[in-house]
Design a protein around this ligand. Structure first.
Ligand SMILES: *Cc1c(COP(=O)(O)O)cnc(C)c1O
Length: 427
């Protein structure tokens, strides 16, 4: 599933012992695998090959320019949700025609920026936004294409903060309103409303919510076509699951197997916007143990990484498998699972130094005995890791490195204290 594996009692990324990265670059550090990015991207294009989709990688899941360039090199388009992400996509050399732009609150400067770049698709979230896009496109004399984000009212069975396709969600418009939006704007030639966009949540670990959503979207498209609207694009969005624990999420091929038959033969250009399913298991967060402290019931393993590098446990109660980098042969974890408890393990909470009780990376885990100085890998940290990093407690952002076979390079240097104050002018 990815290129992080234990060999001779220690963790490797591809052909490189992970400890070597800590020796040179220090900790905390995000470590990414070129091979895993490549394999995951190819698995998606292969699974959905019959539809020949435009695969727009979701920049917000893992945004480093070097990684975007790697994916652009493989043929990826980009899914952006802000002017900053659009800037990154263009810097990475993405073909503007393969950029889709979603988001409920695109500002005028952002819309003008995207019109000037000539992006392929605006994903529209409200009537007000579409009216404004038409006006700005008219002013700037740039025609464009748009898809209407529809809220198919399905339950993606994910965390309440990451469900986006339910009726009460702030994203998109419901199916009834969608018809009215087409009646009002569907024949505009400045902004050609040519598609339906879905993005029901993230992560969605099962296929069924997509089947429900796509079935409704295809029905809507056929209805619109009967009313003589030219609808030629279906954007499925992203949200495909990743394995935070072994077998947690359906395989990509399985999503494709169920969805392709619903879409094929209808003359639809398909767009997919995967983020997490590509990036999550392509990265780990590498941290070092600062202290081990006995607690009343269990030990605290205090590490130099925190919620400022990986906020998902604090924000979503997310589970990330965490394990020592050099556990020795007796403690090699054969599967990443929540309740792994090898003989001789100790119950611990892995916590950071930040002044918040929510600052933890893992709670109630059975780990091999940990000592001060031990390296720990927090797995599946490639998605929504660095991108959600903060400077809280004036912590400089961690370094990012990209491994390729037996070598690695730093793709973002560790920030310095001067970086922390660089924008505080004349202080
Ligand atoms: C976040 C997002 C995605 C990617 O979601 P993943 O779970 O990372 O695959 C795709 N499309 C839109 C519109 C998004 O907001």
């Amino acid at each position: 599933m990815d290129s992080f594996a234990y060999r001779d009692g220690e963790l490797y990324c591809e052909e490189l012992p992970v400890r070597r990265i800590a020796e040179t670059v220090g900790t905390p550090t995000y470590v990414y695998s070129t091979e895993t990015f490549r394999n995951h991207y190819k698995a998606i294009t292969k699974s959905f090959a019959e539809l020949n989709p435009t695969v727009c990688y979701s920049i917000k899941s893992c945004q480093n320019l070097h990684i975007l360039r790697l994916l652009v090199g493989l043929g990826a388009g980009m899914d952006v949700v802000s002017g900053g992400e659009l800037f990154r996509a263009l810097k990475a050399g993405a073909d503007p025609a393969t950029i889709s732009y979603a988001g409920v609150g695109k500002t005028d400067p952002e819309i003008r920026q995207a019109l000037a770049a000539g992006i392929g698709l605006f994903n529209i979230e409200s009537e007000a936004e579409l009216a404004n896009l038409i006006e700005l496109a008219r002013q700037t004399g740039r025609n464009t294409r748009a898809a209407l984000r529809v809220n198919p009212d399905v339950d993606p069975k994910t965390h309440r903060h990451t469900a986006t396709g339910k009726r009460e969600s702030k994203f998109g418009v419901d199916l009834e309103r969608a018809r009215r939006v087409f009646e009002q704007y569907g024949r505009n030639s400045t902004v050609r409303l040519c598609g339906i966009h879905l993005h029901i949540g993230s992560p969605v670990n099962t296929v069924e919510p997509y089947v429900q959503a796509v079935t409704k979207a295809v029905q809507l498209i056929e209805d619109l076509r009967s009313a003589r609207f030219e609808v030629d694009t279906l954007d499925l969005g992203g949200g495909f699951g990743a394995n935070y624990t072994e077998g947690q999420s359906a395989e990509l091929a399985h999503y494709a197997e169920k969805l392709v038959p619903l879409i094929r033969g209808r003359g639809l250009k398909t767009v997919i916007e995967p983020g997490r399913s590509i990036s999550a298991n392509a990265g780990i967060l590498l941290v070092r143990t600062t202290f081990v402290k006995p607690g009343p019931d269990k030990q605290f393993v205090i590490v130099d990484g925190s919620m400022t590098e990986l906020i998902r446990p604090a924000l979503y109660d997310a589970f990330h498998f965490a394990w020592p980098v050099q556990p020795g042969a007796a403690f090699v974890p054969l599967v990443r699972q929540a309740d792994l408890n090898l003989p001789g393990s100790v119950e611990v909470d892995i916590v950071g130094p930040v002044c918040e009780s929510a600052d933890f990376l893992a709670k109630g885990r059975y780990l091999p005995p940990i000592n001060r100085g031990d390296l720990i890998a927090v797995f599946t940290a490639g998605a929504y890791g660095f991108v959600m990093a903060s400077h809280y407690n004036s912590r400089p952002n961690a370094a990012e490195v990209l491994v390729d076979r037996d070598s690695f390079r730093t793709i973002r240097r560790r920030e310095t204290y001067d970086d922390l104050i660089a924008a505080e002018q004349n202080a």
